[in-house]
Design a protein around this ligand. Structure first.
Ligand code: BJW
Length: 235
């Protein structure tokens, strides 16, 4: 399977990598849906990452993000990030909110679900600030309008940033090879990019230790961890 995937990538002229939380798993960042351990295990991330979760308990949500931000601050890019960064012909479309692809030096990167290293006003005023991952802010109000500040990420029920979404759709429509890494492929509209690329004629390669929804339409499915498989595919 790895040989078949390598050949597809070698033949690719317009390659897009569509990644999810599994890309950063070997850097020590917990995936969204895999069982978690420790302090936050008893909370459901799909509830915390929603406007309803924030309205119900803003302090809890901000504390959860502070903990995740500190973890990202301490994490390092893994060999999969580095391999992707080594290929400036690959367009990265990621669902990840961490900055590990950036720190590895990958470019371009389209971040569909926002970023952890910024906060924005939860109201409509548009105030936005870069924040420290290692010393994240606590619960606080927007200096412009007094509404609460919150991480600049996309929660369930919220629209994806329109420019990034448009760029991702364009890239997936135009690519001839889509490398799908470390995503359960169940969160929409992002997961729909795989079907979009497929119906536009792209070959689909999926890298994941487990079988996923994306595997159903893959031309090649490589079962294994990104940190081992991706350097082999792109080296
Ligand atoms: C490894 C590995 C290793 C492990 N190597 N791999 C149709 C039907 C039903 C519902 C919907 C629908 N369409 C839309 C919805 C609603 C919803 C949705 O999709 N829900 C589904 C759960 C059903 N979608 C939304 O709400 C979206 N917005 C929307 O639709 O808006 C409509 C609208 C339009 C106009 C105006 C207003 C509204 C928004 C979705 C936002 C998602 N946000 C999150 C949180 C981001 C912030 C944060 O991190 O806190 O994004 S949720 C979470 O899921 C996060 C991720 O980016 C995203 C995807 O998860 P991902 O990356 O796939 O991670 P996991 O954990 O699921 O999977 C990890 C994988 O890695 C696994 O497969 C492992 O096997 C693998 N792995 N180790 C490689 N070493």
């Amino acid at each position: 399977m790895i040989g078949a995937a390598r050949r597809l990538l070698a033949d690719g002229r317009r390659i897009v990598c569509f990644s999810g939380a599994g890309l950063s798993a070997e850097s020590g960042i917990a995936t969204f849906r895999d069982a978690t351990e420790g302090l936050w295990a008893k909370y459901d991330p799909t509830v915390l990452a929603s406007p309803e979760g924030f309205a119900a308990d803003p302090q809890l949500v901000i504390d959860w993000y502070a903990s995740r931000r500190r973890t990202v601050a301490e994490a390092q890019p893994n060999p999969a990030h580095t391999a992707l960064a080594g290929r400036d012909d690959i367009v990265n479309v990621t669902q990840n909110v961490d900055d590990l692809l950036h720190r590895a030096g990958a470019e371009p990167i389209i971040q569909l679900h926002g970023r952890l290293d910024a906060d924005r006003c939860h109201g409509e005023c548009g105030h936005w600030e870069v924040v420290s991952l290692s010393e994240p802010p606590g619960l606080r109000d927007c200096p412009d309008c007094g509404q609460p500040m919150r991480p600049a990420v996309v929660w369930f029920g919220e629209a994806l940033p329109p420019q990034q979404w448009k760029a991702a759709e364009q890239a997936c429509r135009d690519c001839d090879t889509l490398l799908v890494i470390g995503t359960s492929a169940i969160v929409y509209p992002a997961a729909g990019l795989i079907g979009l690329a497929k119906s536009a004629g792209a070959r689909i390669i999926v890298v994941n230790p487990q079988r996923t929804e994306a595997g159903r339409i893959a031309d090649v499915e490589v079962l294994g961890p990104a940190g081992e498989v991706v350097p082999e595919l792109l080296g």
